[in-house]
Ligand binder design. Structure first.
Ligand code: SF4
Length: 383
């Protein structure tokens, strides 16, 4: 494949959305549904059609299976998907999200056979009470067994996902969550600040006044504690919510934060491809209907102007510890002029929320804590 995107990139990421979960977590607003046998089979066969219908013209360097629950697929399904995925010689990373209850050696071996290199285990919390609040049903034994199975199947790049600032969660129980995760020696740990979104059960409880979200100060305490503990154990805080041992950053996610392109397959999968953003319809039946009649059913189209890409490169770039290289941004986007952001950037530096070192501009640890507010300021800069 000789293609390049409109910015000259030779490589492309692939995202596959597997929209099935055995039950809905209380914080979840993603598109997913129960895994009925006939739906799983239909999904895998339709995925083949989706991939054929959206040909790609570049080498694939990263693949990410998210959901939903990719590990809900059977080893036969995984093998079938491996036959249809456009995996070439340039693949650097192939990640799969797994839930502890669904991990088996057979499935993990099937994922290894089709080229998977990295697993993230969605634990969210090891604490029984906290798990109850967020609607997770896994036992500790299932989590440890799943982790051991993943390792024994040869995965050398394993991550654990955790959530903090959950109503009722204390700093002490969060510390215990972190210590337990650390005892497993994962290469990567993601720590997400709980958000209350869309039609999630927790959001409903907040709206009805049955539960209160933690204050911003309390959330900051969790964040500060997290980075302190993980830094003590040799994890680099390379993005607001992500920590890794050196060399184990998520390549796929870093590429998306750098505004590179990817194609999404499966219902509700989003793409950033050929200068457009769009999302496959979040419905298994409508997605399938579109594939059968030979035209994707998609929504949320957005043409990516240089202005949008500049803003998003700044917003997502500044969430990473390495920050942004202003010279590279200027050469990638001719309409970007750093002077437009001089006042904002200088005030961030004066307030010790950012540092500038030649062409490199990045937030300090205190700045990362305020990255959402800084993003709003970037968006509100006058032309
Ligand atoms: S596992 Fe993920 S996608 Fe499934 S219900 Fe829980 S949060 Fe939602």
């Amino acid at each position: 494949m000789q293609g390049k995107d409109f910015q000259g990139n030779k490589f492309l990421g692939i995202y596959v959305h597997v929209p099935f979960c055995a039950h809905r977590c209380a914080f979840c607003s993603f598109f997913q549904q129960p895994p009925r046998k006939q739906d799983l089979h239909m999904y895998v066969e339709t995925l083949a059609g989706d991939i054929c219908l959206q040909p790609i013209d570049r080498e694939v360097d990263t693949i990410y299976f998210g959901g939903g629950t990719p590990s809900i697929l059977s080893s036969e399904h995984i093998g079938r998907i491996g036959e249809i995925l456009p995996i070439g010689s340039q693949l650097q990373e192939f990640s799969i999200e797994c839930s502890p209850q669904t991990v088996t050696a057979e499935k993990m071996e099937a994922f290894r056979r089709i080229g998977a290199t990295r697993v993230t285990l969605g634990v969210q919390s090891f604490d029984g009470k906290t798990q109850e609040i967020i609607g997770r049903r896994q036992t500790l034994e299932q989590v440890f067994r799943a982790y051991d199975t993943i390792r024994s199947c040869g995965f050398e790049n394993v991550g654990i996902d955790l959530i903090f600032a959950i109503p009722g969660q204390t700093i002490q129980s969060w510390e215990r969550d972190l210590e337990t995760a650390l005892s497993l020696l994962p290469e990567h740990i993601s720590t997400y600040n709980l958000t209350f979104e869309g039609n999630s059960e927790l959001n409903g409880r907040i709206r009805r006044g049955e539960m209160a979200a933690l204050s911003a100060d309390a959330e900051a305490d969790f964040f500060v504690k997290t980075r302190k503990i993980l830094a003590q154990h040799g994890y680099n805080h390379y993005e607001v919510s992500n920590f890794s041992k050196p060399g184990f950053e998520s390549i796929h996610n870093v590429h998306t934060w750098e505004m590179q392109e990817w194609v999404g397959y499966g219902p509700a999968a989003s793409s950033q491809f050929r200068g457009m953003r769009f999302t496959n319809v979040p419905s298994l039946s409508l997605w399938r209907e579109g594939i059968i009649r030979g035209a994707h059913r998609r929504c949320d189209f957005q043409k990516l102007s240089e202005e949008i890409l500049v803003q998003d490169s700044l917003i997502f770039g500044l969430r990473m510890a390495k920050g942004i290289n202003l010279r590279k941004l200027e050469s990638r986007f001719p309409s970007f002029h750093r002077e437009k952001y001089d006042i904002l950037f200088n005030s961030l530096v004066d307030n010790k929320l950012a540092t500038i070192d030649g062409d490199n501009f990045h937030l300090t640890e205190d700045g990362l804590l305020l990255s959402d507010g800084i993003a709003l300021e970037i968006l509100s800069q006058p032309d």
